[in-house]
Design a protein around this ligand. Structure first.
Ligand code: TRP
Length: 327
């Protein structure tokens, strides 16, 4: 029996997803669709707050949907759609902006960080990012929002906006609750930052086995280890961390011991990891190839998603306009 509660999450259209996205978000999306009514949204309008051009936007959306479907998001169970295809979100954003003090928005840590990173483009939309995010969630009256820790300040703000809006116009929206995904922090193959396309340190779900192998063979391991018989320090090694996420526990424990004793060299250890990752991703990659061969699939999934999301949105907006005396 499906729980009546609704789940909403949004992700920026970053294109092909990597194993950090998979372990940190997608896997959890897939699990939640068994017990809740879920909406998973590709937030193309949010992407515009940091983009200066939009050449790759459609490709990125398509690649992302292919990865989601291949990873097990089921369009029969979940509503999978693109934010701008349900334009009511922009209308709700405008109404919410009228009850959101500017001071709240200027204090948001992600705003301050983005403003620092793109001083030449501190646009109005960037300030309103969390207001649009609130509109995303409450347009569908979602109760639960699976997110990473970095999004908690946004969720807190969403709750405050909802309380204010409900206080003025009546009880319309549930206060959305963050559901922290137990994200193993996936460190990239250079062993420095977390895995991310912008760092070029990622293994993508759609990489071929050969590309995967090459990337892993180039990964940074324990820099103190010169000869393969030197004792290693698995705790600083990106390859060892990934073993922990892909290999069985006993296997990982054995590798750790061998590395510390200098009984296994990094090259051998990497070969082993590439094997594990490729084996784990084979079924997903096969499904992805089948889906990619039928161009209409993504289009149909998104069309159907926009239609179903649109029905919920229309109902909410009717209520909102009435309560606000706009209708
Ligand atoms: N801000 C989120 C991120 O950068 C994306 C997002 C937009 C989102 N709208 C949302 C997440 C609504 C959860 C709910 O990852």
């Amino acid at each position: 029996m499906q729980n009546q509660k609704r789940v909403f999450s949004g992700a920026r259209p970053t294109g092909r997803q990597h194993i950090g996205n998979y372990l940190g978000a997608i896997k959890n999306y897939v699990a939640l669709q068994e017990s809740y009514q879920c909406l998973y949204c590709i937030v193309d309008v949010h992407a515009l707050t940091t983009l200066e051009e939009t050449k790759s936007l459609q490709d990125n959306i398509r690649e992302m949907v292919l990865d989601w479907l291949a990873a097990g998001l089921d369009p029969e169970k979940s509503i999978i759609f693109v934010q701008s295809h349900v334009p009511q979100v922009m209308e709700l954003h405008t109404y919410l902006s009228m009850v959101t003090p500017l001071g709240w928005l200027l204090r948001v840590p992600t705003f301050k960080e983005k403003a620092r990173m793109q001083p030449q483009n501190v646009n109005y939309g960037l300030v309103g990012y969390p207001v649009l995010m609130t509109a995303d969630i409450i347009l569908y009256k979602a109760d639960i929002v699976p997110v990473g820790e970095d999004q908690l300040p946004h969720l807190e703000l969403a709750r405050e906006i909802v309380r204010r809006f409900n206080g003025i116009f009546g009880d319309i929206f549930p206060e959305p609750e963050a559901r922290l995904t137990e994200t193993p922090l996936v460190v990239g193959l250079n062993g420095v930052q977390k895995m991310g396309k912008s760092y070029g340190n990622q293994v993508e779900l759609a990489h071929t086995p050969e590309e995967t192998r090459q990337r892993i063979m180039n990964a940074v391991t324990d820099p103190a280890r010169i000869h393969k018989t030197d004792p290693g320090h698995p705790e600083v090694c990106s390859v060892f961390r990934l073993h922990g996420l892909f290999a069985r526990a006993e296997e990982t424990a054995r590798l750790e011991e061998d590395c510390r004793k200098g009984a296994i060299g990094c090259v051998q250890c990497k070969r082993h990891l590439a094997e594990e990752v490729n084996t784990a991703l084979t079924p997903l990659r096969q499904r992805r190839a089948e889906l990619a061969a039928k161009p209409e699939i993504v289009k149909n999934v998104l069309g159907d998603g926009a239609r179903r999301a649109g029905l919920i949105a229309a109902r909410t907006m009717k209520e909102v306009r009435e309560k606000m005396n706009l209708a």
